[in-house]
Design a binder for this molecule. Sequence first.
Ligand code: MN
Length: 232
Amino acid sequence: MNAYLFPPAPQPTLAVKGEEAAYPVRRIFCVGRNYAAHAAEMGVAVDREAPFYFTKSPHAVMESGGAMPYPPGTENFHFEMELVVALGGPAFRVSADQAMSAVYAFGCGLDMTRRDLQLKAREKQRPWDLGKDFEQSAVLAPMTRAAEVAALGSQRIWLTVNGETKQDAHLSDLIHSVPEIIADLSKFYHLDAGDIIMTGTPAGVGPVQPGDVIEGGIDGLENVSLSIGEPA
Ligand code: MN
C-alpha cells in the first residue's frame, strides 16, 4: 500500500565521526543571547535567570563543507558560530547533574540568520521565524561522540570569514551551561534522541556576501565551513 500522497521529504541527518550510520535529526532547539558580549552587541540585556529559545525545522539542516545560495528576502545575512549538542536518549524534568547522560555528541554549527528580518520582528514583538528558520540555515559539521570530548569549558570557539577572524571566545563564556540548558528545556519538552541544541553565539557576528567563505571551529571538534553563493 502506498501510504503517502507524495514521497515524504528525506529524513534530515548528521554525520558522526567514526560512525557509518547517520544521526537522524528530530528537532532543533536554539538558545538566544547566551554570551554576554554578543547580547551587548545586539543592544539587549542578558537574562541570567533562564535561557530562552527559538527553533529551526530539521529540514533547515545543511551539511558543512558546501555552498548555499544567498537566501531570499534579506539584505543582511549573518553568521553565528555555535557549539551544537546532540542528544542520544530521553531527558524530561532532569536536573543539571543528570543532564549530561542524555548527550550523545558535540559539534560545530552555524546558526545562519537573516538579521534584518530578525530585528524587524524583534522591534514589532513578533516571532523570529523568518529571520532564523529557513532553508539551509542550520549548517552542521560532523559530530564527535561525547565520550571523546574533554569537559566543556576552556575550549576556544572561533569563526573566520575569508581567513579573517570575526568571532573568538571560549565555551566558559557561555552564560547558561550545556547541562543547565538541557535541564531547563526538559521542563518544557520530552527531549529525546535526535533532538539537537544550538547553544548560542559569541560576540562578533556580522554579514556575509556572495563569494565569502566561512570557517569555524571549537577545540577538539570537527570544523564547520560554508561558502556563500549568488542568490538562487
Ligand atoms: Mn544563534
